[in-house]
Design a protein around this ligand. Structure first.
Ligand code: GRF
Length: 197
């Protein structure tokens, strides 16, 4: 049995989901090795969260590369140094090349703020309101070549209230995201028998 379950987290912004994972590790609820936080944006606040938790960080700015594949290959080089068992997309706002997705086949997951297959892409909270849906939610799924479409690992629903706005929905859903993402990572880690209960 391997000693640790190596996890690399990719972010582009605030990193509140990253924080939830860091907190679960600190609380010993999650027995993983957070080995790298990689961002495509130098000003992503999540980088500060990672640095505070003493997790190595790296910035690879997509704007510096002429093609998507060049950027992805550079990311792969940085990620693979840590031999990840799992790559976690936590608010990473770039579309990935098929080469990148293939390379991490079956070991890369994403969290998406909608009840997939509904509302793939962005602006999900407003689209839920515009459609008059009574429920909203989150999906955690394996990443495949089709955007927001891989096999679903977990979904959590919330009720849409008559006075909800896109902001209030986002805020309530994030609370659920912060519980669900560490739970799914834990399940995957146990499944691979890397972590002890
Ligand atoms: C979350 O809503 C997540 O579902 C989506 O991007 C957002 C990231 O938020 N993929 P944060 O950076 O983790 O705060």
């Amino acid at each position: 049995m391997k000693k640790s379950f190596n996890v690399v987290v990719l972010i582009s912004g605030n990193g509140s989901n990253l924080q939830a994972i860091i907190d679960a590790v600190k609380a010993k609820e999650l027995d993983i090795n957070l080995c790298l936080v990689l961002s495509n944006k130098a000003d992503a606040f999540g980088l500060q969260r990672a640095a505070k938790a003493k997790i190595p960080t790296k910035v690879i700015e997509h704007s510096q590369y002429s093609t998507r594949l060049d950027f992805d290959l550079e990311m792969m080089k940085a990620i693979d140094e840590y031999k990840p068992d799992l790559v976690v997309l936590a608010g990473f706002m770039r579309i990935l090349s098929k080469e990148f997705v293939q390379h991490y086949d079956n070991r890369m997951i994403n969290i998406h703020p909608s009840l997939l297959p509904k509302y793939k892409g962005t602006n999900t909270h407003q689209r839920v309101l515009d459609s008059g849906d009574k429920e909203h939610g989150l999906s955690i799924h394996y990443v495949t070549n089709e955007l927001d479409s891989g096999p679903i690992l977990k979904q959590v629903k919330i009720t849409v209230n008559s006075d909800d706005t896109a902001e209030s929905l986002a805020k309530r859903l994030l609370i659920e995201e912060h519980k669900a993402y560490p739970e799914v990572i834990k399940q995957l880690c146990y499944k691979d028998k890397y972590c002890l209960k």
